[in-house]
Design a protein around this ligand. Structure first.
Ligand SMILES: Nc1nc2c(ncn2[C@@H]2O[C@H](COP(=O)(O)OP(=O)(O)OP(=O)(O)O)[C@@H](O)[C@H]2O)c(=O)[nH]1
Ligand SMILES: [Mg+2]
Length: 416
């Protein structure tokens, strides 16, 4: 891929829906010969028409569906593209690729319709509408060719068909031609037949259209640059806003979490402090004997007080955490012991037996700061927070890609 290809690739990677426009821009920037293609149903004489226009039998002609892939020939500074018929019922995927390529490459489209078929059918009308709409936007030209007119009985018949088609599409600019008459007139030196074939007049119309190609190309390239730049700019603005919002949400969630957690910790610490101050002598270290197995001893009561106070505090913190999406441990930290896979257990341990432990955890600045820090750590690892962080990274990557695409586009524009 050359530098231009690389730059266009940067643009398509962020604007996949514009792949066709970017492909067309690449063709315009390559600035090769003007390109003329034929479009129409099969057996309507497209290949033969091109052969007569360039004066040699380059493209295969047959009385059946003949052209199945794109072929081209450069003649007198013009690239002529022969395309398959656009009949969906007989066409294949390859045909569609070829037709798409012809659509992308051509500066001038010769819409070929065999006179003996009479009016245009719905498919032809739809295609013509599409070509004209594209022409309005891109200034690419479409010339309508009524082919094989020698197959009509007489001029009156030709008038009838022409009228019928003009009724369907009033400003169609009909070019009636006969390739066989032209060939015969040329081979046999019959000037009148040559003129009557309509080919010299069609050729003159094509030449006039060819003369307009440079201007049309410049218009189209400017249009594609403008539209693409505008779309990139709008996407960038939207993405910048999204990123700003996501970062605000991220910041605010953290502020709310820290603030809420601090209130809960202050409350439970206050309760524990009050309880500890209200307790009398500490009997926790007085050992129970065998005869105390079923008795309530002062030591057991002490331990129960401590355990209940601890559990209450843990439940209060846990319900706050659950409200902020901090529930299980992150998967990489999980163990096979399911009961241990909670953030509470990871931060607080499984139990507390003595007053000094409760005091250390809840009634010192260092203890409270540790809880604040450790719970915040798990908050950041909770799935919603991680998803938010991932969206922020995605948005940052998108902004980066959009900026690169915009710079690449500007560089290309500057180089033209
Ligand atoms: N009578 C008459 N026959 C023509 C004329 N132009 C083409 N034909 C014949 O019509 C048949 C189809 O012509 P092609 O040029 O192969 O038609 P095509 O549109 O390219 O067909 P596909 O490639 O299958 O899409 C051939 O037998 C041609 O000789 C014409 O002006 N007059
Ligand atoms: Mg053909």
């Amino acid at each position: 891929m050359n530098a231009r290809g690389g730059a266009l690739h940067e643009v398509v990677s962020v604007l996949p829906d514009r792949a066709d426009d970017i492909a067309r821009l690449a063709i315009l920037l390559a600035d090769g010969e003007p390109i003329v293609t034929v479009i129409g149903k099969y057996n309507h004489g497209k290949s033969r028409l091109l052969n007569e226009l360039i004066g040699r039998d380059t493209f295969a002609v047959a009385d059946k569906r003949e052209t199945v892939k794109l072929s081209d020939s450069v003649h007198q500074g013009v690239r002529w593209l022969d395309a398959p018929g656009l009949d969906a019922d007989v066409g294949t995927e390859d045909d569609r690729h070829a037709l798409h390529a012809a659509w992308l490459h051509a500066d001038i489209r010769l819409f070929v319709h065999a006179a003996k078929e009479g009016e245009l059918d719905a498919k032809e009308l739809a295609l013509l509408a599409e070509l004209c709409a594209d022409g309005e936007r891109s200034k690419r030209q479409t010339l309508f060719v009524l082919s094989q007119v020698d197959q009509l009985a007489d001029d009156a018949e030709l008038q009838k068909v022409s009228h019928a088609i003009c009724a369907q599409w009033p400003d169609i600019g009909l070019n009636a031609v006969s390739s066989t008459r032209y060939r015969k007139g040329r081979d046999e030196g019959k000037k009148l037949m040559l003129e009557k074939s309509g080919m010299p007049s069609l050729r003159a119309t094509i030449d006039a259209a060819l003369a307009r190609v440079p201007e049309a190309r410049a218009h189209e390239a400017a249009l594609l640059f403008d539209e693409t730049r505008e779309e990139l700019t709008q996407l960038l603005i939207a993405q910048d806003k999204l990123l700003g919002d996501l970062r605000d949400t991220q910041r605010q969630q953290r502020v709310d979490f820290d603030h809420g957690l601090k209130s809960v910790i202050d409350k439970v610490s206050g309760d524990i402090d009050a309880m500890l101050n209200a307790l009398g002598t500490d009997h926790a270290s007085v050992p129970d004997t065998a005869k105390d197995a079923y008795a309530i001893t002062a030591g057991k009561l002490e331990r129960a007080h401590i355990q209940i106070a601890y559990s209450r505090a843990c439940i209060a913190i846990d319900s706050f955490l659950a409200g902020h999406g901090v529930i299980g441990l992150p998967s990489e930290q999980e163990t096979v012991a399911r009961a241990l896979n909670s953030v509470m257990v990871a931060v607080m341990g499984v139990s507390v037996k003595f007053r000094k432990d409760l005091r250390r955890i809840f009634c010192t600045e260092a203890g409270r700061e540790r809880m604040q820090r450790d719970f915040a750590h798990y908050f950041e690892l909770s799935s919603d927070r991680k998803a938010l962080a991932a969206r922020i990274s995605q948005s940052e990557a998108m902004i980066d890609a959009l900026n690169k695409a915009l710079n690449a586009l500007r560089a290309l524009e500057g180089a033209t």
